[in-house]
Ligand binder design. Structure first.
Ligand code: AMP
Length: 291
């Protein structure tokens, strides 16, 4: 019997430690899953969906999903690339963004990628690093280490590193200078290849719930009043999900306009809507969007 057979509840493996834990738990809760906080140690039974959430090491998520111990998993794209596992990637989740950067000490004579030929490169992502430099035709000596990659040059372990960064400030703080990006990454939802076929319906439900939250996070709901004669001007400013809803108001000649807009566009839009005649503008969060 394989790990997938004879089991009714769907299983989702998620990180139990590290920087992906909080945003992952927040995403699952925002999606409407209900599970106890105290159960986070190992398995949390979801109360409103036939789903068990397995909290495992971020690095082990891929193995759990690959072996069929879990049907779905949430992990960093960088980790999937590193293992080379060919798991179906269902969705990028909009958090955990980072890049794998090649960097050298700030005072190093090495300036560009080509300068790294023949040097030692320390990294916790040896396979990705090897593949990257091989594809670039640059022969480097990859030194695999499991942590504290940024101190490797200071310890004399390597002349360069390949490490994960989000803003790059940690590199600067450690006296390092980035010279190239090896990979960009964010948290992703992956599936077991067999489960994705055999349990397509349930997996689709989970994926839809997550995608509805992710879509909503990037958008806001705008409500405003305006003179009906200004509708055309206002509509031109509001390229939302679809055309805005227009509702007549009790006051003759006045309308209410409701529209969904990109969250990043809101602050630019507000003054323009005002000058185009809108008043009483409300900006509301959206919980979920299912297109
Ligand atoms: P952690 O368990 O905290 O070491 O991080 C696990 C995953 O978080 C990494 O494999 C990346 O996918 C992601 N991540 C996002 N931003 C960063 C960052 N600045 N440094 C390291 N990992 C990051």
């Amino acid at each position: 019997m394989t790990a997938l057979e004879g089991r009714e509840r769907l299983r989702l493996a998620v990180p139990n430690k590290g920087r992906l834990v909080e945003p992952t738990v927040e995403l699952l809760r925002d999606a409407g899953l209900v599970f106890g906080e105290n159960e986070r140690s190992l398995v949390a039974r979801d109360r409103n969906f036939d789903l068990d959430i397995l909290f495992v090491r971020t690095n082990d998520v891929i193995e759990f999903v690959g072996d069929g111990v879990a049907d779905l998993g949430i992990t960093g794209e960088d980790l999937l690339t590193e293992t080379g596992a060919e798991l179906p990637r269902l969705r990028s989740l909009g958090y955990g963004q980072c890049r794998l950067a090649a960097a050298v000490p700030a005072d190093s004579a090495l300036r560009e990628l080509d300068d790294l030929a023949g040097v030692r490169v320390a990294t916790a992502h040896p396979e990705t690093t090897r593949r990257f430099f091989a594809a670039a035709g640059i022969d480097v000596d990859v030194i695999p280490i499991s942590g504290a990659v940024e101190v490797a040059p200071r310890l004399g372990l390597a002349e360069a590193i390949v490490d994960l960064v989000s803003t790059g400030s940690t590199l600067v703080m450690n006296g390092l200078r980035p010279i190239a990006d090896v990979l960009t990454s964010e948290a992703i939802l992956v599936a077991n290849p067999t489960a994705v076929v055999q349990r397509a319906g349930e997996i689709d439900s989970i994926d839809t719930m997550l995608s509805a939250v992710i879509a909503a996070r990037g958008r806001k709901y705008l409500m405003m009043n305006a003179p009906a004669v200004r509708l055309r001007d206002l509509e031109m400013l509001l390229p939302g999900l679809e055309s805005p809803s227009v509702i007549p108001l009790a006051h003759e000649g006045m309308i209410a306009i409701h529209a969904v807009v990109g969250a990043d566009d809101v602050w630019g839009l507000l003054p323009r809507l005002k000058s185009a005649g809108a008043s009483g503008i409300l900006v509301l969060p959206i919980e979920k969007i299912v297109p």
